[in-house]
Ligand binder design. Structure first.
Ligand code: ARG
Length: 462
């Protein structure tokens, strides 16, 4: 006997059964099973609206809600098993309800379309997963604050063009990543504030159920879930737009691409600073790997993978943008392909953040090596020029030129500026003495004279 295909949600007008290979090709159940919980929410609201409008009786409503509740319970317990033969999650749940309540289940799909269901499900997914992303991101932000506080009085070399530039407090460095990621946090939080799942779009033209019924049903469900949305925003204003709207996914994928860009920059810096060449920081051993051949290796694989995943996360955004380009109104099956990029970005970034929060707490500074770098006199050149401009009232361009010449002289004569006698220094400027050099070419001096920045560490609570 031929293997029975799962029951479809359409088919009345077809004489021929669907081609097997095509059926496989068109399925989304293997990834959209992740939406099961939200699909149930859609049905719970829908059943309530159907009853309010007299499409189903109170008894039928009760039976359907019970069946849906049972499936939701399975999902919540992590025991839900999707049927691989089903076309998608909507079909699967419909069939599961039918198994529980028989033909009454055929009323479940009255006056609604999967086109409208899928947008609702995806919005709810974004709301839930977005919140999880925020929680994880806030752990990373806490860790960065912790690292900055722990090394409050430590200094480090700051770079521009990856060339040594000026000495900076380590916390300025670590907090730079805090502020980047804090903007990502705000970006995602703002995005979540705009999301509102809507019902009643039908396939593209609306449904015979009154707005008020959807509104009341939605309100009831949201109260049960302790969610607050602006209900007006949740009403369908234009059904064509509602069923073909995917910009909210593009928006989340964009926010995640920016977040990933920041994570990759952080990863790259840590990789670089932990090399023997820089050697400013030590990475936590429990997040590094060794080499099967070279016994001495301690490789920063976690950071490399974070850097590497950037390709995937950018690709997910581009993939969806390209899929949506030029699509005619309203729903098109192309849109089914929005899910894998969405799930992939959300899942990869959640994993990265989970590990990153703990990774950061394992970073330690290699103060000896950092202090060795501070012997480089070039690191004080800017402050020396600023000293001449501020205290000796020299035009800065001249001071800049003078310090440049002093450094050149020191290199040519192979004598450190710190070791030059007053007689040699005064040739450059009468105000330059060994004592001045000693005062200015000091890591703590260069930090003390910077007055333009408020360095108070922010408090961050999610
Ligand atoms: N699996 C479909 C998707 O994700 C659900 C919507 C199907 N609608 C349709 N008219 N075939 O887009």
């Amino acid at each position: 006997m031929k293997k029975k295909m799962s029951k479809k949600m359409w088919g009345g007008r077809f004489k021929k059964p669907v081609d097997k290979a095509f059926a496989e090709f068109s399925k989304s159940i293997q990834y959209d099973y992740r939406l099961a919980e939200y699909d149930i929410y859609h049905s719970l609201i829908h059943v309530d609206a159907l009853h309010r409008e007299g499409v189903i009786t109170k008894g039928e409503r009760g039976k359907l809600l019970e069946a849906l509740g049972d499936i939701l319970y399975e999902i919540k317990k992590g025991r839900f098993k999707f049927t691989a033969a089903a076309e998608d999650i909507h079909t699967d749940i419909q069939n599961k309800v039918e198994k529980k309540v028989g033909t009454l289940a055929l009323k479940l799909h009255s006056l609604r379309s999967r086109n409208d269901q899928i947008v609702f499900d995806e919005k709810f997914y974004c709301i839930d997963e977005g919140q999880k992303l925020l929680n994880l991101l806030s752990e990373v932000l806490q860790s960065l604050l912790w690292l900055s506080k722990k090394n409050k009085n430590k200094l480090i070399v700051g770079y521009t063009h990856l060339q040594r530039a000026q000495i900076i407090p380590f916390s300025d460095y670590s907090m730079a990543f805090f502020y980047m990621l804090k903007r990502d946090f705000d970006r995602i939080a703002n995005f979540l504030g705009t999301l509102c799942p809507a019902l009643g779009a039908g396939a593209l033209a609306g449904t015979p159920l009154r707005r008020g019924a959807y509104r009341k049903a939605l309100d009831k469900m949201l109260k049960l879930k302790a969610r607050s949305f602006s209900l007006d925003q949740c009403l369908v204003k234009n059904p064509l737009d509602t069923v073909s709207e995917r910009d909210f996914i593009v928006e989340l994928l964009s926010a995640l691409a920016i977040l990933q860009m920041h994570l990759s920059r952080f990863a790259e810096d840590l990789i670089l600073y932990s090399t023997k060449e820089f050697n400013y920081i030590n990475l936590p051993e429990d997040f590094c790997t060794g080499s099967s051949l070279m016994p001495h290796k301690k490789n920063p694989d976690f950071l490399e993978l974070v850097r590497g995943y950037t390709g995937r996360i950018y690709g997910n955004l581009l993939s969806l943008l390209a899929t949506l380009k030029g699509l005619p109104l309203a729903y098109n099956r192309d849109m089914q392909l929005d899910k894998e990029p969405l799930f992939s970005s959300v899942e990869v970034i959640k994993d990265e953040l989970k590990i990153m929060a703990r990774f950061i707490r394992g970073i330690s500074l290699n103060t000896n090596q950092i202090n060795k770098a501070f012997e480089d006199e070039g690191l004080y050149a800017t402050e020396l020029a600023e000293f001449l401009a501020m205290e000796k009232k020299m035009p800065f361009k001249k001071a800049h030129d003078l310090v440049g010449k002093l450094i050149r002289y020191s290199e040519d004569k192979k004598i450190k500026i710190r070791n030059m006698p007053d007689s040699m220094l005064s040739k450059f400027h009468p105000g330059l003495t060994a004592q001045v050099i000693k005062r200015v070419m000091n890591p703590h001096y260069v930090i003390k004279v910077k007055k333009s920045i408020s360095r108070k560490l922010p408090t961050f609570k999610k």
